[in-house]
Design a protein around this ligand. Structure first.
Ligand SMILES: [Zn+2]
Length: 76
């Protein structure tokens, strides 16, 4: 189940909620439905992770170079 983070525009409360399907969450503090969805930690996690190593193969970082691995140079 996805845990989403919301910011209540009514009372400036910030909270996390488990969303079931398309259920519309409400603020647990003031029960307002004027919520702004924030980026989940999962979505942000991969973005600022360590930069990909400047290896020869950009696809998988195979030290043998481009075309040496199955993922790169396979003709698409
Ligand atoms: Zn609120």
């Amino acid at each position: 189940m996805p845990i989403l983070e919301y910011h209540c525009q009514a009372c400036d409360h910030r909270f996390e909620v488990i969303v079931h399907g398309t259920q519309q969450p409400v603020c647990p503090a003031c029960h307002s439905s004027r919520l702004q969805r924030l980026l989940s930690v999962f979505a942000v996690a991969g973005k600022h992770a360590e930069t990909p190593s400047p290896g020869p193969c950009r696809t998988c970082g195979d030290p043998r170079g481009p075309g040496a691995c199955a993922l790169d140079g396979a003709g698409g």
